[in-house]
Design a protein around this ligand. Structure first.
Ligand code: ADP
Ligand code: MG
Length: 347
């Protein structure tokens, strides 16, 4: 039966003098270690010599740990026999102690090269996807900043000039009530256009983020989003203003923005608590609402990228984001960004 198993079943003994002896092996070790090894069926030394140098220490360390604690021995490593392709193997065994003080493992070795390759490929693909998503976020942020400035400065400038010109014109046609009324209506429209342009620019990128810093931008956004909807909120600023580079400030602001949008959209909250903290370990943002909490069952047909995006941004700064929630008892979003990556300002 063991000969038919697509793996190698073995019994390995470690004697009191620490020497290793194969008591049983369902097939020749060379089937796993490759023809090129000089392993025979009773000594593993040839096989162990073919283990990848980086994995060899782990083999002995996991074996010793298993012998000492009498726990499951689970080890993965590479075999790099000369003239053979690198092979990944997984060894799993259970130890028992014999009367003579030796330890005997009954176990199995499987060739896991294919699944390891797939694992590496998917890891690689994941890394690429993360990089791509980071690049897209960055490009998007750049674009938003550029468009916001153009709208604010260029369009805002043109509209302001138009308004002034209309004022000048109004003074010269003051004798004609019909014309005057028309210019006043035009001025009103220009004011509305100016207001819209400013709103669009601010939505694209809050000017406070560039001019006044992260905390002020957060205050402004909370007032706009929560305050105007009658949701009471309290924002406790850090003892000292976060002094962050643009990349960090923007990412933290976007995470904050998405959290507040979620509260407004989903939570039906009446009060929100925002706490900004700074410690020697980094900086923290906690956003707590007293709303409905996140219900675990959501329609799979509606993919949502808000929380995913928040987590990705946090990860890219080397930080982490956790969300805890109880149905009916609100939601808490905790963001932590470590010192090392928290810009140039933290001590
Ligand atoms: N503060 C919150 N209170 C209640 N539910 C929330 C809160 N934040 C998120 N959720 C729930 O989690 C889901 C996922 O959020 P998100 O990823 O931002 O996607 P979206 O906002 O586009 O639905 C939301 O659809 C909502 O059901
Ligand atoms: Mg959302």
């Amino acid at each position: 039966m063991t000969a038919n198993i697509p793996g190698l079943v073995f019994q390995l003994q470690q004697r009191a003098d620490k020497s290793l002896h194969v008591l049983y092996s369902s097939r020749s070790l060379s089937t796993l270690c490759g023809e090129c090894t000089n392993a025979d069926d009773t000594a593993w030394t040839g096989c162990i010599n073919n283990f990848h140098p980086e994995d060899r220490a782990g083999f002995f360390a996991t074996m010793e740990a298993s012998a000492q604690r009498l726990t499951h021995w689970n080890w993965e490593g590479r075999i790099t026999a000369p003239a053979c392709n690198t092979k990944w193997i997984n060894l799993r065994a259970m130890p028992s102690v014999m009367a003579d003080g030796s330890t005997i493992w009954d176990g199995i070795i499987l060739n896991i090269t294919r699944s390891k390759q797939r694992e590496n490929e998917s890891l690689h693909a994941r890394e690429l996807l993360e990089k791509l998503s980071g690049h897209i976020q960055h490009a998007r942020e750049d674009e938003r900043t550029k468009i916001a400035r153009e709208i604010h400065d260029e369009l805002g400038g043109i509209l302001t000039t138009l308004k002034m010109d209309l004022g000048w014109l109004g003074k010269r046609i003051a004798h004609d009530p019909a014309l005057l009324e028309r210019t006043q209506a035009m001025t009103q429209l220009i004011m509305e256009a100016l207001h819209t342009a400013r709103r669009i620019a601010a939505d694209l990128r809050p000017a406070a983020l560039d001019n006044l810093g992260l905390t002020a931008a957060m205050e402004e956004h909370a007032a706009k989003l929560l305050g105007r909807r009658g949701i009471t909120y309290r924002l406790t600023p850090p003892e000292q203003e976060f002094d962050l580079d643009d990349l960090h400030a923007t990412a933290i602001f976007r995470i904050f923005q998405e959290s507040l949008t979620n509260i407004v959209r989903h939570a039906a909250a009446t009060a929100v608590e925002i706490l900004l903290t700074r410690s020697p370990h980094g900086l923290g943002v906690t956003i707590r609402d007293d709303g409905s909490g996140i219900t675990p069952h959501r329609a799979p047909s509606s993919p949502s990228y808000g929380i995913l995006g928040m987590q990705e941004r946090a990860k890219r700064l080397g930080g982490d984001l956790s969300i805890s929630s109880m149905p009916g008892r609100g939601t808490t979003v905790c963001l932590h960004i470590p010192v090392a990556s928290a810009g140039n300002a933290l001590p």
